[in-house]
Design a protein around this ligand. Structure first.
Ligand code: SAM
Length: 288
């Protein structure tokens, strides 16, 4: 016999079979693309929510956490104005919005599914509006193919992809990480979302393991994202020598104050969060 229990507050609930969440929605629209099924829910507690192939991608209420945390630790570690930044995936536009706060000369975004971008532009304007910035160049192609053969082009490469099933699978492979490393400048930084260390522990550990085969410096870090499985989420930075933990706190504070003076307050990331995010609880890498 299977037993399910869901504690429901206002418009969401935590399901204790697995770690899935339940959301109450007022309405829904959906579309089928050649790559995936898009669903947009108007939820009671989290505003509009983008779901791809059944997996929550982003919500209006908590998107700032994911998007600030996939971008700022790497961009602040770079320590200079970026010339070229590459975003792979990221069709909702939130990652590009945060990258632009660092005044890059150019942002390339390569998204496999044009329809996700069109959907986000129409339905999620607060997240997607930066996609029309003139420094942003959109290419609709597989990010795995896009990085092949590129050498020393990018200051930072950000992989904002979905779970390792469907079109995102190729973005979790060692061969892709090697090509991405080649596409980076010498002091460049790679960062990828690396799943939930609690709900998807094996996948998270595999990402870190594969990155360690390719990059001398590998730093996983955490953020709390309420609408993702278990709420405990991770990202992982890889580089040849740039180390997010080696920046002097005073220097980071100065850069941070400069950025918020010019671009407005951030809602999650700050210098204390920067260092704290790299503290990983014991269970994450404990052998099973
Ligand atoms: N924040 C999200 C998460 O962790 O669930 C990811 C959001 S973003 C919408 C993910 C995007 O990656 C999707 O729009 C999808 O189309 C895109 N994508 C998946 N595989 C890709 C690939 N191989 N190349 C480029 N984009 C890809």
């Amino acid at each position: 016999m299977e037993l399910w229990f869901t504690e429901v507050y206002e418009g969401e609930g935590m399901d204790l079979k697995g770690t899935a969440l339940k959301f109450k929605a007022k309405s829904a629209i959906s579309a089928k693309t050649p790559f995936q099924e898009i669903l947009l829910l108007d939820t009671v507690d989290f505003g509009k929510m983008l779901v791809l192939d059944g997996a929550v991608q982003t919500t209006e209420r908590d998107e700032f956490i994911y998007h600030e945390m996939i971008v700022h630790p790497a961009l602040f570690t770079l320590g200079r104005r970026p010339q070229n930044v590459l975003v792979i995936g990221g069709g909702d536009g939130g990652t590009v919005r945060e990258v632009l706060k660092h005044d890059p000369q150019r942002v390339d975004m390569v998204e496999i599914d044009r329809e996700v971008v069109e959907f986000a532009k129409r339905e999620l304007p607060t997240i997607s509006s930066s996609l029309s910035d003139e420094r942003v160049n959109l290419t609709f192609e597989d990010g795995r193919e896009f990085v092949k053969g590129k050498e020393g082009v990018y200051d930072v490469i950000i992989v904002d992809c979905s779970d390792p099933i469907g079109p995102s699978k190729v973005l979790y492979e060692e061969g892709f990480y090697r090509d991405a490393k080649r596409a980076l400048k010498e002091d460049g930084i790679f960062v990828t979302q690396s799943e939930s260390p609690f709900a998807q522990n094996r996948v998270h550990r595999k990402v870190v393991e594969e990155l360690r085969k390719v990059f001398p410096v590998v730093r996983p870090y955490l953020a709390f994202i309420p609408t993702y499985p278990s709420g405990m989420w991770s990202f992982t930075i890889g580089s040849v020598n740039a180390d997010p933990l080696a920046i002097e706190k005073e220097e980071l504070k100065e850069r941070y104050i400069e950025l918020v003076k010019d671009k407005g307050e951030l809602k999650y990331y700050n210098p204390d969060v920067h260092y704290g995010a790299f503290a990983i609880p014991n269970f994450v890498y404990r052998e099973e």
